[in-house]
Design a protein around this ligand. Structure first.
Ligand code: GDP
Length: 295
């Protein structure tokens, strides 16, 4: 499917043989290959451009280390830069000093938001953090039922007021209940639409203002490709996100969305979804994702 970047760089680096410094002129072919690899991994075009300039700046003037193939040395520079842009370390979910920690889930419909809500609760339960899930997607009664079913499966209670109640009110009461019951973390599932629309954003903003979450997590489908960048920009500008969950990484997506999301919002990706099952959630590790993106 994808040629490994290192193979592709072989020919680009033939030019470098016998040279002892990486310079602007001898680096261009290699940069072009990196650019192609990133675009194939679905990193957003502007993000690729910014990234390439960074790599170029870093690589320029680097001494070619004796005994190390220049291509490999260059890949290391690209890899290190990727890891750095994506945040270097895994950033865990915050835990508020005063219970409950309030987590707001945001994202388009079909991205895996409801599934991720349950996955996150199961993950926290395994860390001995009790949870309450809150169902505010009143536009799709099936979404409320889906959360109730998932809640039963993972033995985590679900707060809901049916599909006639106001989502902001459901969220507010859900948090109140979590407080009253001494629950550690309350996770609020919200309505998604197939596309970003003003009503959805306005409602999300009202829920956020009302419950003042400690985390606002954007759920992004890794298969979204280039669109992940625009999506992130809109949500971040209008709502403000503190982190992201990248779903469907069990598919053949190269994970370029991870770079776009981080570069555009500055917010860390905290988890990746790797399957339909509730157990299929993993912490996000920038180094692993960098290897995957580079192929
Ligand atoms: P929502 O509309 O954003 O709440 O999306 P759902 O949680 O209902 O998920 C939409 C579909 O994606 C469902 O069929 C899920 O089983 C599936 N899904 C969610 N997360 C993942 C994942 O990480 N991997 C795979 N393969 N499927 C997922």
């Amino acid at each position: 499917m994808f040629d490994a970047l290192s193979d592709r760089l072989e020919s680009a680096w033939k030019k470098l043989r016998g040279q002892d410094k990486i310079s602007q002129s001898n680096i261009q072919d290699a940069l072009r290959e990196v650019r192609r690899a990133l675009l194939e991994a679905d990193v957003n075009l502007q993000v690729v451009k910014d990234f390439i300039s960074e790599v170029e700046a870093r690589a320029q003037g680097a001494e070619v280390i004796a005994g190390v193939r220049p291509g490999e040395q260059f890949i290391k520079i690209v890899y290190d830069e990727l890891v750095q842009v994506m945040g270097e370390e895994n950033v865990p979910l915050v835990e508020a000093e005063e219970q409950p920690t309030i987590v707001l889930m945001a994202g388009l419909q079909g991205t895996g938001k409801t599934t991720a809500t349950a996955k996150l609760a199961l993950h926290l339960r395994k860390l001995d953090r009790s949870c309450l899930l809150v169902a505010t997607d009143v536009y799709r009664p099936a979404a409320i039922d889906q959360l109730i079913t998932l809640g039963k499966q993972i033995e985590v209670p679900v707060f809901e007021l049916g599909s006639d109640a106001d989502p902001v009110e459901i969220a507010r009461q859900g948090v109140e209940q979590a407080k009253a019951q001494g629950v550690n973390t309350v996770i609020i599932d919200t309505a998604g639409r197939l596309q970003i629309d003003e009503d959805m954003m306005a409602e999300l903003a009202r829920i956020k203002d009302t419950v003042q979450p400690h985390e606002t997590l954007l759920v992004v489908d890794s298969m979204t490709g280039q669109e992940a960048a625009n999506l992130t920009r809109t949500f971040h500008e209008q709502i403000g996100i503190t982190g992201a969950i990248l779903t469907k990484m069990d598919g053949d997506s190269r994970g370029g969305a991870a770079l776009s999301v981080r570069q555009i919002s500055g917010a860390p990706i905290k988890f990746v979804g790797v399957g339909e099952k509730v157990e299929a959630l993993q912490p996000f590790y920038p180094d692993r994702m960098a290897s995957r993106i580079l192929g």
